[in-house]
Design a protein around this ligand. Structure first.
Ligand code: NDP
Ligand code: AKG
Ligand code: MG
Length: 418
């Protein structure tokens, strides 16, 4: 494939997918990366340095990464000109090279363009947003026993109110839709029809089931005790309630789950371990208080797009903040690893922000490639740097006697602790 601005490294090779969607990973794979807006300049370069160091140490030069910059957001506009926020060849490169990593991208509030992050997920159909939440010893946390929080979020990434189907108040489209709802659908509950903006929340059986299937399979593969479907189905019966019902139906039809005490909770035996896996559900508001009051009750979480967004940041805060919360956006073939936080504009370019989130996203990426030895070194390095209290401002301000490091220097501390 010929690219315009993307320079494909000539000394690397493409990752390819086998028929069963597992990966053929060469010893020097080409990995596309998007630097990201705002603090992207601060956190992405240390991520590259840390991953390179971990791979070099783990494999003594036998393996390495050929990094390939691809563009989105402000750097895309600077590189391609005009209004090119998400160049077509960025999507082409992700489809061709299959595994990539990105920094955060800015989305204006209210008006302006729609989210490039969401656009990437939709265009590449990256329907799973996978966000593991675990505690690293020594990390400052607002709760008493942060080590009790060990959850893995499977956030549906392609539909829900997050899909961006909405019209501004008083626009012809909003008026037309509201008119249709009132006149043809008999809707009487729009309190202020003249001045309502209006959004649509699509939630499908297919979309739910492909996500819940991945969450249950993860619980099986990783010896997890439960999968909780988190929804607000008492209020939004046919969208969030549908999510719950379709989730349970899938657990029964595909994994042989049977109801416990008349349901709706059900369980099945993990074929790998022989232990029971419980599939249960929780209403989102109650869930948000229970993750604080009894986090040990929850393990794998499957939820809709907007709930997953809220839950991700809430759980990240419990284990020390968004500065070290990693994530991945995945389809059956393409995976784009991504920090959970945004562009934190007030810190942009100041070499202050914690690069831990994108570094641990990189750690997930190495595991996805099967390079577990290098991934383990990153966990060791970050644990060591935190325990030595050599950390960025976000941790330092909450720790007694810590040394404050810049983003770059924290990356170096991780490498030093590998
Ligand atoms: N996937 C993506 O690319 C995402 C993009 N965004 C976009 O980012 C922009 C800014 O969003 P905003 O709501 O401010 O959320 P951010 O996550 O960018 O920042 C909120 C706060 O979180 C803390 N924080 C975030 N990242 C780090 C880090 N690496 N190290 C330490 N602390 C960190 C800071 O807290 P404190 O000030 O207390 O130190 C910061 O002020 C918006 O345009 C939004 O749309 C948002 C989320 C995800
Ligand atoms: O796309 C954005 O700007 C925000 C996305 C977000 O907060 C997330 O995916 O966690
Ligand atoms: Mg978010």
């Amino acid at each position: 494939m010929a690219y315009d601005k993307i320079i494909v490294p000539t000394d690397g090779a493409r990752i390819t997918a086998k028929a069963d969607n597992s990966l053929n990973v060469p010893d020097r794979p080409i990995i596309p990366f998007i630097e990201g807006d705002g603090i992207g300049v601060d956190v992405t370069p240390p991520m590259i340095e840390v991953l390179d160091a971990a791979v070099a140490k783990a494999y003594g030069g036998k393996r390495s990464i050929a990094w390939m910059e691809i563009y989105a957001g402000e750097k895309a506009v600077a590189t391609y000109g005009g209004d090119t926020w998400l160049p077509a060849e960025t999507l082409t490169a992700m489809r061709e090279f299959l595994v990539g990593i990105k920094g955060p991208l800015t989305t204006p509030v209210g008006g302006g363009m729609r989210s490039l992050n969401v656009a990437l997920r939709q265009e590449l159909d990256l329907y799973v947003c996978l966000r593991p939440v675990r505690y690293y010893a020594g990390t400052p946390s607002p709760i008493k026993r942060p080590e009790d929080t060990d959850m893995v979020i499977f956030r549906e990434n392609s539909e829900d109110i997050y899909a961006g189907i909405e019209w501004a108040a008083r626009s012809p489209e909003a008026r037309k839709l509201i008119d249709f709802l009132i006149k043809e659908m008999g809707v009487t509950k729009i309190r202020f029809p003249e001045s309502s903006g209006i959004g649509i929340k699509p939630v499908s059986e297919e979309g739910t089931q492909r996500l819940v299937r991945k969450a249950i399979q993860y619980a099986i593969d990783n010896d997890r005790p439960s999968v909780t479907l988190v929804h607000k189905g008492n209020i939004m019966k046919f969208t969030e309630g549908g999510f719950r019902d379709w989730g349970y139906a899938l657990a029964k039809a595909e994994f042989g789950a049977v109801e416990i005490d008349g349901g709706p909770w059900c369980s099945f035996r993990n074929p790998r371990t022989g232990k029971d896996i419980v599939v249960k559900d929780a209403i989102a508001d109650a869930f948000l208080q229970q993750i604080l009051t009894r986090p040990r009750d929850y393990s794998v979480i499957a939820t809709l797009n907007l709930n997953g967004d809220y839950v991700s940041d809430a759980l990240a805060a419990q284990v020390g903040g968004i500065g070290i919360a990693p994530g991945a956006n995945m389809s059956d073939t393409v995976a784009l690893f991504e920090a959970t936080h945004g562009t934190a504009p007030k810190y942009a370019g100041k070499n202050m922000s914690n690069p831990g989130s994108i570094i641990l996203s990189g750690e997930m990426m190495l595991r996805h490639l099967g390079w577990t030895e290098a991934a383990d070194l990153i966990v060791k390095g970050i644990s060591g740097a935190i325990q030595a209290k050599t950390v960025t401002y976000d941790f330092e301000r909450l720790m007694e006697g810590a040394t404050k490091l810049g983003s770059r220097e924290f990356g170096q501390a991780i490498v030093a602790n590998m």
